[in-house]
Design a protein around this ligand. Structure first.
Ligand SMILES: Cc1cc2nc3c(=O)[nH]c(=O)nc-3n(C[C@H](O)[C@H](O)[C@H](O)COP(=O)(O)OP(=O)(O)OC[C@H]3O[C@@H](n4cnc5c(N)ncnc54)[C@H](O)[C@@H]3O)c2cc1C
Length: 465
């Protein structure tokens, strides 16, 4: 019998066949029009978008930096290939930002990440955080001026938001930022300093700096262009040579007296950054890693059903069955926990304080494991970049574990939340409620943080586990 050929799952609707997701939407009585939007988005992600992103990740199509115009004037522009720009535009047009409700935005983030980061989903996370920041803390003037730009699909870089916080001396401890901000008579500010990891340097970004004479980190908006239309006083020094998430550029940016606008009070900068901007990105990391897991699971299943070993489909071998089952268990557990995180956020349940950092750790770690297991199912073909999406997913999944806070940093946040009585009680009740399999990802991820927390407090065993 002729061997069936593996073709991958491109061309399927990423939403319509996701049974646990459909059941969850049914349980929560999701409005019909939202389900229709998700159906259309699932079609887009599984078809056109996956194709565009695949094309945009060919080596010769990756973003490049154009520093000067023909007369030697600085322009500092990132040039993206048409496929990358189309992909971003299509996603932006699919109502992925506020005022679309949080649950729908996160489900869309989950669906679109099934194409990998793709140069799309990191910009999406950061632009979502920027929109939320403007909505919650922008002045009426800032909202009027910047929100249309943030939502404009015709922007030179659709999904244009960035978050430039990390500096050369370290990213985890933001209070050690060295970038300085000087207030101007007209109420604007000028920034001087160097930001070391700047993903998606588009039209507008959120950044951190210390006002002169103070040791407090304040939050600012920096546009690429000054209000008079000239290039702002910040330069892209170089693009990072990344191993993954290569469809979006990550750069080093130097502020040399850059025009900036303050957001919120200077003394509230760090708190707003963590509660609004970084918290939004962390939810996206959980959603994104979950999407990467599902893609890995589906590709591994599709491959194992077509690949023949000793005269029968690889999927029938007990070892391969075990691998596929392991990936599915990881995904189901993580997905159940993800739904719980959304519920907690919607209900303003104190357990959300634990779940957001916990799932940033747990799901991103599980995604790396799931993608690797899927690559092992493919064996040799699992590492070929032109054979399947898996090599790209494996690099993207690793980066999900790092950006927006490493596991160690996030474990500290989980610990802090667990020290609050209401969050801890809510978390204990939640773990008790979840069936074993579904709670797996949550428990595994929580274990390290809880153990640390308990050993610090002198107790030996985690009561909730
Ligand atoms: C592809 C990519 C894109 C990125 N894009 C951006 C971006 O757009 N904007 C931006 O601002 N940043 C960005 N980052 C930076 C990212 O957020 C940082 O890498 C991350 O926050 C960690 O900072 P660091 O790399 O300086 O590590 P460090 O802070 O130097 O950490 C070094 C080690 O110390 C550990 N550590 C640190 N603090 C603690 C603690 N309190 N307790 C225990 N252990 C600790 C860490 O876990 C790590 O193992 C990006 C990173 C990558 C990989």
């Amino acid at each position: 019998m002729a061997e069936a050929e593996y073709r991958g799952i491109r061309g399927t609707n990423f939403f319509l066949h996701d049974q646990p997701l459909l059941a969850w939407l049914k349980r929560r009585k999701a409005p019909k029009d939202a389900v229709e939007r998700l159906t259309a988005f699932g079609e887009l992600c599984g078809g056109k978008l996956d194709e565009l992103i695949g094309e945009a990740h060919k080596d010769e199509k990756l973003p490049r930096l154009e520093r000067y115009d023909r007369w030697g004037g600085r322009i500092d522009e990132i040039r993206y290939c048409p496929e990358q720009l189309d992909a971003r535009r299509l996603v932006l047009q699919s109502e992925v930002l506020l005022p679309t409700p949080l649950w729908e935005r996160l489900v869309k983030a989950y669906l679109v990440n099934q194409c990998g980061e793709g140069g799309v989903t990191c910009p999406l996370a950061m632009t979502d955080g920027l929109a939320r920041l403007l909505e919650e803390h922008g002045t009426p003037e800032q909202k009027k001026r910047w929100l249309p730009l943030v939502r404009d699909p015709k922007s030179p870089t659709p999904l244009t938001g960035g978050q430039f916080v990390t500096e050369k001396q370290g990213g985890s401890v933001v209070s050690e930022n060295e970038t300085r901000a000087v207030a101007q008579k007209d109420g604007t500010w000028r920034l001087t300093g160097l930001k070391w990891f700047c993903s998606n340097p588009g039209e507008l970004w959120v950044t951190t700096a210390k006002p002169e004479g103070s040791d407090t980190v304040a939050l600012f908006l920096v546009p690429r262009l000054k209000p008079d239309g000239s290039l702002n006083d910040c330069h892209i020094l170089r693009l990072k040579d990344l191993c993954g998430t290569r469809g979006k550029a990550t750069a080093e940016v130097e502020y040399t007296g850059a025009y900036a606008e303050l957001v919120g009070r200077p003394s509230h900068g760090l708190a707003i950054l963590m509660k609004v901007v970084i918290a939004t990105s962390r939810m996206h990391v959980a959603a994104g890693s979950l999407g990467m897991m599902r893609r890995a699971m589906l590709e591994a299943g599709a491959y194992a059903r077509t690949r023949r070993v000793m005269g029968r489909p690889a999927a029938e071998l007990p070892e391969v069955k075990r691998s596929l089952a392991r990936i599915e268990a990881l995904w189901r557990g993580a997905q159940a926990a993800f739904f719980e995180m959304i519920r907690a956020l919607e209900d303003e349940d104190p357990v959300a304080e634990v779940l957001v950092p916990l799932l940033k750790i747990g799901i991103s770690r599980a995604a790396t494991e799931a993608v690797r297991e899927a690559q092992l199912v493919f064996a040799g073909n699992g590492i070929l970049r032109d054979f399947s999406i898996l090599p790209r997913l494996s690099q993207d999944a690793l980066i999900q574990e790092i950006w927006e806070g490493t596991h160690a940093v996030l474990a500290g946040h989980v610990e802090k939340a667990l020290r609050r009585k209401d969050s801890r009680r809510a978390f204990e009740a939640l773990v008790g409620r979840l069936p074993d399999l579904e709670g797996l990802a949550l428990c595994e991820a929580g274990y390290a943080a809880l153990t640390r927390s308990l050993s610090a407090s002198g107790r030996k065993e985690a009561k909730v586990l």
